[in-house]
Design a protein around this ligand. Structure first.
Ligand code: AR6
Length: 167
């Protein structure tokens, strides 16, 4: 099942939450900053051991003080106008997180709107990619949450769900 919700992803009791990180994996602003702040300093120590992560890939840590069981850290593309492979990279982020979640036994997973904050990816286009990939995996999870941080993002996701025939 695909569920569009408005929430702070750090509050969610799910098996896996996805972090929209940068390639250092050493923290930042936005959802990354919120996850590190809520998980506690042990998360940074765990991330230091991972040796970074390239765009479109994913690395996993425990979730420490968060209610989730694991964090899947993925690095989305920086928007550069759309001709720099951004779509392929963002697709890869969603696919690799969903694959790793399955491999780790997750049945519930929550995604933020990867790349749509600091990295500037147009929100509707990003939601289309997110929902296209997620729809291919929805039957392999109990719930896949699209965790929006604003009412306007919820609206965009719901519109895209309708336009893709998913609602
Ligand atoms: N829960 C859910 N969603 C959130 C939360 C939260 N607590 N906080 C922000 N969002 P961004 P990016 C939404 O900028 O664009 C960091 O510095 C936010 O409204 O967090 O992938 C990293 O270290 C937006 O819709 O990630 C990188 O350097 C979405 O999360 C860089 O930003 C993603 O916004 C990554 O940029």
């Amino acid at each position: 099942m695909i569920e569009i919700i408005k929430a702070d992803i750090t509050d969610l009791h799910v098996d896996a939450i996805v972090n929209a990180a940068n390639s250092s994996l050493l923290g930042g602003g936005g959802v990354d900053g919120a996850i590190h702040a809520a998980a506690g300093p042990a998360l940074l120590e765990a991330c230091r051991l991972l040796g970074g992560c390239s765009e479109g890939n994913v690395k996993m840590t425990a979730a420490f003080n968060l209610p989730a069981k694991m964090i899947l850290h993925t690095v989305g593309p920086r928007w550069q106008g759309g001709q720099a492979g951004e779509k392929k990279i963002l697709t890869s982020c969603y696919e690799k997180c969903l694959q790793m979640g399955l491999a780790e036994g997750a049945t519930t997973i929550a995604f933020p709107a990867i790349s749509t904050g600091v990295y500037g990816y147009p929100k509707r286009q990003a939601a289309e990619i997110a929902l296209q990939v997620i729809s291919r995996y929805q039957h392999r999870y109990k719930s896949i949450f699209c965790c929006c941080y604003s009412d306007s993002d919820v609206w965009i996701y719901k519109k895209v769900m309708e336009s893709l025939g998913l609602s």
